[in-house]
Write a protein that binds this ligand. Sequence first.
Ligand code: ZN
Length: 198
Amino acid sequence: MRNHPEEKPQPDHFTRELRRLNGYTEEELREWLLMPGMKFGDTEKWWQPGATRDKPHEGVDLLIFLDGSGKRHLLPPGTAIPPLLRGTEVARIPDFMGETVILAHDTLVDGGRRLHTFYGHLQPSNAPASGKIMAADSPLGKIGTALKTTTTCPPHLHLSLAWIDESYPIQNFRWGGFCASATFKPGDPLAFMSRAGI
Ligand SMILES: [Zn+2]
């Protein structure tokens, strides 16, 4: 297996590239605000006070950020989304607020499983997966407007990652039961992004 140093995620790579793609300064987009229900494994519905999810959250929801003065802002629909690290676009599947883009990554294999990252609730492209290698600084898509949704959940980015058996037909993936499948080993995207030495 080849080992490209540039495929290793940097702790701040994603946020830095998101700033660059969307014209934010560091002062304008200082840090993410994760309310209860937005983090991996959380059980709350952050958009519906007092309500709980059917199952623990399968990733991280990014929507609210703070500027340098601590003021809250929302990522608007149309925000361009970069990958967590370089990878190949292997699937585009519908989700309840738009479309999920899935990337497969070459170098990080855990017990025969390949790392995949998931970018949910993007604007639908109505195109098949490109099979292209997406550089770490290339936009994958834009946050959707959720026009089709029947929920009160506002548009946001859902990030997931999982190590998946090579035999699994990823183009057939659908949300629901993400963590229940024996072929999947999900992880916390934020912990992954900030893990030292990766
Ligand atoms: Zn989510």
